[in-house]
Design a protein. Sequence first.
Length: 230
Amino acid sequence: MSHRLLASAWARALAIFLASLAPLFAVCAYAEAAPTTRVVYAAGKIVPIPASIPHAEGDMVDQRIIPNLRWIAARYPIYVTDGYSGPLPNGEHAGCNGCHVKNSDHYNGLAVDIVPLTPSSKCDANWAGITRLALFAEPEQNKPVPPFRWVGYDGDAGHGCGNHLHLSWNHAVAPMFQLAEWVEVMAVNFTGVKPSKKKKPKAAPRAPAGPPGGIGQVLTGGVSARPHGD
């Protein structure tokens, strides 16, 4: 075979190989792309997490973050272990009772605890997707990107690879077991959330400065060695 034919064959083989990788590169880029955010004033409601989002039986959240959870579940292998934690109108209780500290975002339905879809109590390959999600939500320590209010993972007491990831959303100040006036979310599909007639501000309002939840009252942050939690 001549050098010209050999080079041509190698070029064709390389082109085919690169073409086969293109979908993978596209998926990775799409999965890591951070959507813009918006503030939602539509009325909140504590509702069951839909089947399209893997979760523990009975888990509930504020309906305004469900589109974001769908977006996350489509890109990361998540399993939600807890969402809203508090009383229900029928007198029953949703979520893990007594598992979260005072003023936790779990009490407003605006936080979730996440583990891998394939369960593992060890920090192994099953946690790779969860670690990737944690870095997506907080690429720099103690600086979560909007719309996330607090990211609890490696370095945070009671969190991390092999334990769980905590994500909560920026929201208006609200007492425990009450719905926030507004919630900042990724601007993805808002199916099921009615549009608000209230005029939206150009910039998101400042999130409350209280503890986002956990085992200590520390301002919004993320991966750190200070006691924290959900």
